[in-house]
Ligand binder design. Structure first.
Ligand SMILES: NC(=O)c1ccc[n+]([C@@H]2O[C@H](COP(=O)([O-])OP(=O)(O)OC[C@H]3O[C@@H](n4cnc5c(N)ncnc54)[C@H](OP(=O)(O)O)[C@@H]3O)[C@@H](O)[C@H]2O)c1
Length: 263
């Protein structure tokens, strides 16, 4: 895949999937990769690493759950570059635990970053993409956008919301030259599970966990894809199909599986 001359913006670039995708867009020839997260230090480390590629790296410290910060970041990027060709909405996190033990603030904070952060960033660049009749938005959701996971109710809700928003936007954008594609991975080996709420239930290194490079590859593919959703690995698409087609068979199985992790 070749991204020569493209301006790419990745949120949640300081770690895990977003970090790998930023490196891979640079290696694939992107003219500029704009890396966004809250940690200036980790962004600087990544920028130094990518600087070996012939690619301009621009760091933006921004909390995507803040409408004001995203609006300022979007304005600054458009003033400087005039466009974003590929927007990867990847920033996200989860708080693990049953709903009865979670505070309303915890559930709100997950929605504010994972769902509203994606909405704010999309709104910051969508008009300019439509005006140029060119651009692609890649939203990193999860298989939890298709399965309500016990212990991850707030997280599942944020990813269902992301998928629903993206599906509607996908229909709206038909014929505009602008695309939107969701990438939905199963568990990935990143810092995601280091959130203290996971405690000893950290499934970081289960046999089925993916390497971030596999998800990054899907993100680069998604940036050129007419599809609404790419599930990673591809065969988990069958699980999503079974869940929607035979929910009364699949839900008791997935419910038992996920509940067992609640301890
Ligand atoms: N790992 C998995 O098993 C898995 C599976 C399916 C989907 N996903 C999704 O993949 C995406 C990336 O997760 P990951 O696995 O790579 O986790 P990660 O290694 O923990 O990375 C999360 C990234 O999001 C950034 N971030 C978090 N809150 C932010 C905020 N409010 N504003 C800006 N940046 C923020 C973090 O940077 P700062 O802390 O520097 O801000 C970090 O760069 C998430 O959307 C996650 O839901 C992960």
């Amino acid at each position: 895949m070749n991204f020569a001359g493209k301006v790419v913006l990745v949120t949640g670039a300081s770690s895990g999937i977003g970090r790998q995708a930023s490196i891979d867009f640079a290696k694939a020839g992107a003219q500029t990769v704009i890396i966004v997260s809250r940690s200036e230090e980790r962004l600087a480390k990544l920028a130094a690493e990518i600087s070996e590629q012939h690619c301009q790296i621009v760091q933006h410290v921004c909390d995507v759950s803040s409408k004001e910060q995203v609006s300022a970041m979007g304005k600054s990027v458009l003033d400087r570059f005039g466009r974003v060709d590929v927007l990867v909405n990847n920033a996200g996190f989860a708080v693990f635990g049953p709903v009865k033990d979670q505070s309303i603030e915890q559930i709100e904070s997950v929605m504010a970053t994972n769902y509203l952060g994606m909405v704010y960033c999309t709104k910051a660049f969508l008009d300019s993409m439509i005006a140029r009749r060119s651009g692609h938005i890649v939203n990193v959701a999860s298989l939890a956008a298709s399965f309500g996971v016990a212990g991850l109710a707030g997280y599942s809700a944020s990813k269902y919301a992301m998928l629903g928003f993206s599906e509607a936007l996908h229909h709206e954008l038909r014929g505009t030259g602008v695309g939107v594609t969701v990438v939905s991975p199963i568990a990935v080996k990143t810092d995601f599970f280091n959130n203290e709420s996971f405690g000893s239930r950290n499934p970081n290194y289960t046999y089925y966990s993916l390497d971030p490079r596999n998800v990054s590859k899907a993100i680069l593919r998604a940036a050129n894809s007419p599809r609404l959703e790419i599930v990673v690995p591809f065969y988990m698409r069958a699980a999503v199909w079974f869940k929607h087609t035979l929910p009364f068979v699949v839900q008791p199985i997935s419910g038992t599986l996920f509940r067992s992790r609640l301890g």
